[in-house]
Design a protein around this ligand. Sequence first.
Ligand code: SF4
Length: 415
Amino acid sequence: MAQLDVQQKLSILADAAKYDASCASSGTSKRGSAGSKAIGSTEGMGICHAYAPDGRCISLLKILLTNSCIFDCHYCINRRSSNVRRARFTAREVADLTMAFYKRNYIEGLFLSSGIIRSSDYTMEQIVEAARLLREEQDFRGYIHLKTIPDADPDLVRQAGLYADRVSINVELPTAGGLKRLAPEKSGTRIEGAMRDMRHAIDDGDDARRRYRSAPRFAPAGQSTQMIVGADAATDGDIVRRASALYGRFNLRRVYYSAFSPIPQPSVVLPLRRPPLLREHRLYQSDWLMRFYAYSPDEVAAAADARTGMLPLDIDPKLAWALKFRDRFPVDVNRAPREMLLRVPGLGVKAVDAILAIRRWRRLRLADIARLTVSVKKCRPFLIAEDWRPVALADRADLRPLVAPRAEQLELFAA
Ligand code: SF4
């Protein structure tokens, strides 16, 4: 490997990390440095957020320790057989760069992942060392997200949890068949075993903190994972069911969906075209329905096209479900329970809570609903109010175009 300076390494290793979507810094505990000599805070003040041209959040210093790898996953630009320029940071370089960027207020923390060099244990040691230097030598209290390596020694993975706010292990592909075909050196069983160990370690850490205030924090922002969408033949139905199983089994904070991006010099087993980015967005909306609107994975999957198993791209999955199961509507906003109000397209959690609060005092009219939602036109066929009953509207065969958002022509020269 040619001798590179830190700036050259940064340009290679930050670029190599852009394919990882799981960079949100949500959900950790508040930790500040006011009144001490420490530096950094996990709270929002003064944090600089930036977005990559494709819309991904890059407010963390998001880098790889190295883009060299002994594995050969077909979908990965850093795979062994890829002809990319390689670079490698030392653990100290990562720690120093993070501090330098933090002090300039460019970032709110560090997102560190890595290709696998020499062995899983060796790579994990280097990742842990970078986090240790930041926490113990530099007294850094900002956000740290570490990717952990499923095959690494569980003791090393545990150490990562002691320094990091969030840890993540990527399941990579939604189906076991996809993983076998596109990442043959990875094992679904080992990945899930590592996620299970991590869940137990996080639960033990929470338990210890409840008993003893002085117990060390262990990954207070929990664990997350990422699935690549569109590199294998998995349908949206497969993906939402898999995500739901992962949330349940490993108590994940988030499952991130990353639309597969064609890479330079791709392997022949990969699709030639990327899936529409809107597919990723529809999967995030489905995820939201399962986590905050009490939809079961089978209900979300039922909103998909029965032939292809794919969610429609032109309307959101909640509207798609409502159009498919019209017999559950209209819902009376003055009488229906919370869980049915949450099913009405156009009514979010805030609007539903407001409806429940208002109806304790008086009955709601359609104008009241219009004040609580962005589009009353979208809700009207699905609800009954004091002065409104959809009558013929709810049964119209052409309801979909009436409630679907109008397709907009993008302006070529819009700012
Ligand atoms: S192990 Fe990770 S870095 Fe290495 S080829 Fe596979 S996905 Fe890429």
